[in-house]
Design a protein around this ligand. Sequence first.
Ligand code: SAM
Length: 232
Amino acid sequence: MYDRSAELYDAIYSFKNYEEEATKLNQIIQKRKRSSGNDLLEVACGTGNHVTYLKSHYAVEGLDINERMLRIARKKHPDIVFHRGDMVSFKLNKQFDAITCLFSAIGHLKTKRKLGLAIRNMSRHLKPGGVLVVEPWFTPQQWHRRSVHANFVDKPELKIARMNISKARGRLSVMDMHHLVATPKRVEHFVERLELGLFTKDEYLDAFRGANLETTYDPEGIMGRGLYIGTH
Ligand SMILES: C[S@@+](CC[C@H](N)C(=O)[O-])C[C@H]1O[C@@H](n2cnc3c(N)ncnc32)[C@H](O)[C@@H]1O
């Protein structure tokens, strides 16, 4: 997962406005946070793009499962501590005023059981009055099988065409991401399979409530995918 594509991640997702998202996120956190500090943990931080804009407001740390993504994040932010860990089981001897898990990274957990464990684990790392903000993946109702997707990068020395057809296996969304990548050295093709759990709104809310979080759902969120916000 993201191993071959880690170096291409920022180019593929250059359409995302991380600055605007971080501004909205900051407003949401400030509205809901009851603790007085400003320690923030960005879980599944990827290449650290939200960190770029959050670090002027918070004392930020990052965490991700993928070493290649972390390597890129560390290079961008030598001033920030990044941990390698699984959101289901990481254990830092520290509690935070805010924990964020964005761009549907939570969907990488394929079962309701793991969803519950991850929300509880993140909640355990919150100070009393701290806030957990999770941007969900699609619900089973929102997932359209057989829809066709493409994403193109057209830079002078890097061309990418990434395509997939949305598939599903039970409550799992399955995407075989075909990458065609051209650099001055070569043109290569590789496929990366992404499998993400399709959880209902009630399943997300149950997971939050099971972690003793006072929870609300914002259907718009920071980029139209919705947001679950829980205060400890
Ligand atoms: C779609 S990317 C989102 C990255 C970043 N949050 C962003 O907005 O660009 C999903 C990230 O989740 C990470 N990830 C997947 N499963 C994880 C897990 N169990 N624990 C921690 N990180 C995980 C991946 O390595 C990847 O960096």
